[in-house]
Design a protein around this ligand. Structure first.
Ligand code: GTQ
Length: 345
């Protein structure tokens, strides 16, 4: 491969004349925007310890009243992108949100899609389009693009959850904005049993629901039971993983990011192939070691890490006797829609 000409090789007056016309020569920058063989992601393998961040988050609870924060969140920022960018990967935003007893995070809606993975505490809820979704450890609650949502808390201990948004992508597309709303009249408690069995869906008078997002709350007890059934049903299955789905379409729960839960059997090491999307892992129960290139993160419960795309990932259960349960998010739905999805052997 021949070396391409550099900017310094060009006469200064020529470069100045180009700039004056808002023109740029491609060849000095071609390799940077299209590197050979594989991308050079800015996303650095990064781990965030819950034990380290929790006191800082609780301190934010003392320093900043909810009225001054709207959403009291510490962003899990990837230094590879610079912290100011507030992104875990090119498309994924992660934040740890704190809600104290009696607090209320007012109703709004926005173009980025969000999900919440509940980390700790009881008694909080998210109301989505008038439906109240209780938040318990390990529950996944969707607030897809454009849907009104607010958070409240009737319990007596702090509640913490992990926010996963496609904000960096939507912001990059110059399509990110929010609208503030009124406190929602709570129409109903969101039932979470309607889609509890895979393979059948509610069909009143031969019509299926036409809701774009028929399921907003995925209780951890059900997801965990699905993983345990799968592990028992297929004892030789290496990758005991489920995808959070839209139960009406069978497609991904949201349009841009994908969400998964996986179970590592006691003592198991699971090798995942190099895939184009970046991914995030968060331990729901147990302990897991995540190896990405030369980085090896020992994750305890509630710890979170991210990995760039195009690199193999190895997950290992740190316990020889108990299973480990891990929540994962990635950019696969986005890559698939764009025709960019790749798995490398
Ligand atoms: O709870 O609506 O972490 O709007 C960032 C933006 C959470 C939320 C975040 C948000 C929210």
């Amino acid at each position: 491969m021949s070396d391409l000409g550099r900017l310094e090789d060009l006469p200064a007056d020529y470069v100045a004349a180009l700039r004056a016309q808002n023109l740029v020569p491609l060849w000095p920058s071609l390799r940077a925007v299209m590197p050979a063989g594989k991308p050079q992601p800015r996303t650095a393998p990064t781990r965030w310890s819950y034990a380290a961040l929790k006191p800082l988050l609780l301190r934010a609870g003392e320093l900043t009243p909810i009225e001054k924060a709207e959403r009291r969140v510490l962003v899990l920022a990837n230094p590879g992108h610079t912290l100011e960018k507030m992104q875990a990967s090119s498309a994924i935003y992660l934040g740890m949100q704190l809600l104290l007893p009696g607090e209320w995070a007012p109703s709004h809606r926005h173009t980025p899609n969000a999900v919440r993975m509940v980390v700790e505490g009881e008694g909080a809820w998210t109301t989505v389009e008038g439906e109240k979704c209780p938040m318990g450890r390990g529950d996944l609650i969707l607030t897809p693009t454009g849907l009104w949502h607010e958070h409240g808390h009737d319990g007596d201990q702090p509640v913490v959850w992990l926010d996963v948004l496609d904000l960096p992508l939507v912001h990059y597309l110059e399509a990110s904005y929010h609208v503030n709303g009124q406190r929602q009249a709570q129409l109903a408690m969101r039932g979470d049993r309607a889609f509890v069995r895979a393979g059948v869906a509610p069909t009143p008078v031969f019509e299926r629901t036409r809701k774009a997002y028929p399921l907003l709350r995925y209780p951890w007890a059900d997801t965990k039971a699905a993983l345990q059934s799968l592990a028992v049903d297929q004892p030789d299955l290496e990758c005991v993983m489920v995808t959070y789905l839209n139960p009406e379409t069978g497609g991904d729960a949201e349009n841009i990011l994908g969400f998964y839960a996986l179970m590592l059997r006691p003592g198991q090491t699971l090798s995942l192939p190099a895939r184009s999307p970046a991914s995030v892992f968060h331990v729901i129960e147990g302990g897991a070691e995540v190896q990405v290139m030369t980085d090896r993160f020992a994750l305890a419960e509630a710890d979170t890490c991210c990995a760039p795309g195009y690199t193999p990932i190895t997950l290992r259960n740190r316990s020889a006797t108990a299973p480990a349960f891990v929540f994962a998010a990635d950019e696969a739905p986005l890559h698939r829609k764009l025709g960019l999805y790749e798995v490398r052997a």
